[in-house]
Design a binder for this molecule. Structure first.
Ligand code: ACO
Ligand code: OAA
Length: 385
């Protein structure tokens, strides 16, 4: 008999390397980016400042930020062959498939793809950071038969993202909710997609290959795909009054409730209160829309907030399982006007910062990632026996 007792399925509880990028601490329910609590960063810094911090380890000086911002603004427009690649994918394709394909083309285009120096990887990370919003916006618009909206270099990252998607200037509340979501999603240690990026990097493959693979890992509903799945659940339940009965039935069918639970946090995700507050502020502002930017009745926001709390309370009462970040970000993205299937690409736009920081960290002290497995197949046998 094979002894499988030492196997850590899913690498649960296994520490596989060190990192200085972020610290996820379930005991204190905290998340630090380069030592700073994420709540502090989300309260006052732009997403551009946080991206710099994650990549470089320190906040940018005024001059560094101005130069980075200028490069980011200059790199927002998509090359023709990226647009053509998007146009070649059917509009029935999942937007994550479109982003994955477009990022692959960015890798093929990039003049520094084969250069693995830290300098080149930083430059490529900045270029990806600048281009991904245009990919997401282009794809959502073409699905609605709308013309592409050119980027505006007088708007910051968050406002420009919303401008390119909807073709009008966002309200302060909308830009703020979006910015907060980007900061909160930017980095989270050795989650499945980041680990994927590090595995690919450990073979000395290029940065774009690592990011394409990470996008694939993020798509699954047990990871980033949960933010869109949360919205599907809200649509399925309908209104707050249906939450308890829906949950009873779903749990009886042994369904996993999307947006709840976490591999590391067992007493709640440290990012949820901040994102929940941003979602509720967006609703209070009254400046929200429905999927595809559609006009929605004024009670749509408060109804979603009520449903959000009823389902979370019921889940807590029945299973003591708390929401993760995908739970508040799903309805927030809905009220910002994004199509449900575009939610996980928004996670890509944010997490590309963490992924690329980990690619650079992996290369600083690389070791091929190649674990062992316990063989449980047939004993040796031979043809003709
Ligand atoms: C940003 C992010 O990527 S956060 C994660 C987003 N993913 C989701 O929201 C998907 C829903 N959640 C889940 O599937 C899980 O909680 C995961 C995958 C996130 C974490 O999973 P694990 O750490 O492997 O926990 P595991 O699956 O072992 O769960 C432990 C117990 O809690 C239960 N449980 C955990 N999450 C849930 C959930 N969302 N709904 C119902 N039950 C759950 C499990 O069924 C299991 O019960 P059991 O011991 O009776 O079998
Ligand atoms: O850390 C994880 O396993 C998943 C997660 O919350 C994230 O990637 O943001």
């Amino acid at each position: 008999m094979t002894d499988t007792t030492d196997i850590k399925k899913g690498l649960a509880g296994v520490v596989v390397d060190t990192t200085s990028i972020s610290k996820v601490n379930p005991e204190t329910n905290s998340l630090l980016y380069r030592g700073y609590p994420v709540q502090e960063l989300a309260a006052s810094l732009s997403y551009e400042q946080v991206a710099w911090l994650i990549w470089h380890g320190e906040l940018p000086s005024e001059a560094e930020l101005a130069e980075f911002t200028a490069r980011e603004r200059a790199g927002r427009a998509l090359a023709d062959n990226v647009k053509a690649a998007i146009d070649l994918t059917p509009t029935s394709a999942h937007p994550m498939d479109v982003v994955r394909t477009a990022v692959s083309v960015l890798g093929a285009n990039d003049p520094q793809t084969a250069d693995a120096s830290r300098e080149a990887n930083l430059a490529k990370s900045e270029r990806l950071f600048a281009a991904i919003p245009a990919i997401v916006a282009y794809d959502q618009r073409r699905r609605h038969g709308l013309d592409v909206v050119a980027p505006r270099d007088d708007l910051d990252y968050s406002r420009n993202f919303l401008w390119m998607t909807f073709g009008d200037e966002p309200s302060d509340a909308a830009a703020e909710a979006f910015r907060v979501s980007m900061v909160l999603y930017a980095e989270h240690s050795f989650n499945a997609s980041t680990f994927t990026a590090r595995v690919v990097t450990s073979t000395l493959a290029d940065l774009h290959s690592a990011v394409v693979a990470a996008i694939g890992a993020l798509k699954g509903p047990l990871h980033g795909g949960a933010n869109e799945a949360v919205m599907d659940v809200f649509d399925e339940i309908g209104s707050a009054d249906g939450a308890e009965a829906w949950l009873d039935a779903a749990l009886a069918e042994k369904r996993k409730i999307m947006g709840f639970g976490h591999r590391v946090y067992k007493n709640g995700d440290s990012r949820v209160p901040t994102m929940q507050a941003a979602f509720e502020k967006l609703v209070e502002s009254g400046e929200f829309r429905g999927a595809g930017g559609a006009e929605v009745p004024a009670d749509r926001g408060p109804e979603l907030v009520a449903l959000y709390h009823r389902l979370a309370d019921a889940m807590d009462a029945k299973k003591s399982i708390k929401p993760n970040l995908d739970y508040p970000s799903g309805p927030a993205y809905h009220l910002l006007g994004f199509d449900t299937k575009t939610f996980t690409p928004l996670f890509v736009a944010a997490r590309v910062v963490g992924w690329t920081a980990h690619v650079m960290e992996q290369l600083e002290a690389n070791a091929l990632i190649r674990p062992l497995s316990q063989y449980v197949g047939p004993d040796e046998r031979h043809l003709g026996e």
